[in-house]
Design a protein around this ligand. Structure first.
Ligand code: ADP
Ligand code: ZN
Length: 187
């Protein structure tokens, strides 16, 4: 199964992907996690992406297409994968269609108000990227990742003003993908 999770930032793509990949026994590929690791490690990709990410803007398509084509070429992706947070633009979707045949696309629909409320409580593990919520998905021990013991932090791009910017970008650039995949009969 080669599938894509669509939805606004904070819609719950990461949470659903974590559940689905266990059931389906295929990897989740999150460009957000790959890019955050690249920034942390100071790789060339990380240096290209950092300023865009801090501002809540989309990283340029060429950078994303490079990241994703490299990742999909790895052995663990050959029988299937779940894409979380990619594609985010029509050019990314077109490039992806040239790399692999996508089977299904799931769109998670959540209102902007609910997203803004959710994001303020979101915390992520510094070390492994697992996500938690102060109200809805508490870790076993406050401030500590249940998965790996890492420290839980609030991402800079989860602050309310940045969230509003990211929602605007989502409506302008990513929402058109629903129609793109609906036309292919995959939504
Ligand atoms: P969320 O899970 O909250 O939707 P992500 O973790 O997927 O956010 O992404 C964090 C940031 O990384 C984005 O705000 C953007 O700057 C960058 N990013 C991740 N994936 C993409 C993509 N497919 N295209 C462009 N930018 C991306
Ligand atoms: Zn962790």
């Amino acid at each position: 199964m080669k599938m894509i999770l669509l939805g606004a930032p904070g819609a719950g793509k990461g949470t659903q992907a974590e559940r689905l990949c266990k059931v389906l026994n295929i990897p989740t590929i999150s460009t957000g996690n790959i890019l955050r690791a690249a920034v942390k490690n100071g790789t060339p990709t990380g240096k290209q992406a950092e300023a865009y990410m801090k501002a809540g803007k989309l990283v340029p398509d060429e950078v994303i297409i490079g990241v994703i084509s490299e990742r999909l070429a790895e052995a663990d992706c050959q029988k299937g994968f779940i894409l979380d947070g990619v594609p985010r633009t029509i050019p990314q979707a077109e490039a992806l269609d040239k790399m692999v045949k996508i089977d299904k696309v799931i769109d998670l629909e959540v209102s902007d108000e609910a997203i803004i409320a959710r994001m303020s409580g979101r915390r992520v593990c510094e070390k492994c990227g697992s996500s938690y919520h102060l109200l809805y998905k508490k870790p076993a021990v406050e401030g500590v990742c249940t998965n790996c013991g890492g420290t839980l932090v609030q991402r800079k791009d989860d602050h309310p003003d940045t969230v509003k910017d990211r929602l605007r970008v989502y409506h302008e650039q990513t929402e058109p993908l629903k129609e793109y995949y609906e036309k292919q009969g995959k939504l």
